[in-house]
Design a protein. Structure first.
Length: 259
């Protein structure tokens, strides 16, 4: 049954779909499913694989989609995400795009139904199953190891400092290697945090490359407040991007945690 994250049932797309994707990681996934030629629009943040997507028209950002630009492309399908895009955008698209596919992976294994949903809608079942097998290999390799529990602070923003709650895709990915995100629990999915309040309680601070692009100079800034924690940069695409990048992401995470 081809049912998306909003509970909407979709039929197979047919031989010539016109897809606008408003989710960077899923744009990459569509390309890896062999659907690059069917992509007619993307956001400015959809940058992978660059040599493939650079010629695809941009329709704004993930939160500020240019609806007139999308309309001009006459898509048959628009792909959106609960966290990346706004409900208002999805509702507006539904007024003129025949099929709006809503996605919402909340953990690494949610990539399996994501691959299969898009593979079935766009006639790429074989490619989707190959991705499923690759993801399961990486996931099972992490699950087979006995990872020591570590309390980590994963920072995604500065001024104010912001982190991730335990119910996010990022936190559930980090949990595969025993990294428990602080604070626990959190009322918001992406809460503000005062660094001084977690002093002495955190083993490791991870400074993500996105959405705020932390750099080497920020390591000293955080270390000054949290001198007992190991502070390091981490590739946010590898920890937060679902879709096909999650396969390499799990391998990357295992290498970082085991190092």
């Amino acid at each position: 049954m081809l049912v998306d994250a909003a509970g909407v049932r979709h039929a197979p797309a047919g031989p010539e779909p016109r897809i606008v994707c408003l989710v960077p990681s899923i744009t990459e996934l569509l390309c890896d499913l062999g659907l690059a030629e069917r992509l007619v629009g993307r956001t400015g943040f959809c940058i992978h694989p660059w040599e493939t997507v650079r010629t695809i028209p941009k329709v704004g950002g993930t939160k500020d989609v240019k609806l007139d630009a999308v309309r001009a492309l006459a898509p048959t399908h628009a792909i959106v995400n609960v966290d990346e895009n706004t409900r208002g955008t999805a509702d507006a698209l539904a007024a003129f795009v025949p099929h709006v596919v809503v996605t919402h992976p909340c953990g690494p294994l949610d990539n399996l139904p994501l691959y299969r949903l898009l593979g079935a809608i766009f006639d790429r079942e074989t490619e989707a199953e190959a991705l499923c097998a690759a993801l399961l290999r990486e996931h099972d390799a992490l699950a087979a190891r006995d990872w020591p529990a570590r309390d980590v602070l994963y920072l995604i923003w500065r001024e104010p400092w912001m982190t991730v709650a335990p119910d996010t895709y990022i936190a559930r990915t980090l949990a595969l290697v025993g990294w428990r995100t602080l604070p626990r629990p959190a009322a918001d999915r992406y809460p503000e945090v005062a660094l001084a309040e977690v002093a002495g309680a955190v083993d490791r601070v991870l400074l993500s490359s996105e959405p705020y692009h932390f750099k080497e100079r920020h390591i000293a800034e955080v270390s000054a407040v949290l001198p007992d924690a190991a502070v390091e940069l981490i590739d946010g695409e590898m920890t937060s991007w679902y879709g096909s990048r999650a396969i390499a992401g799990l391998r990357y995470l295992g290498e970082r945690a085991g190092g």
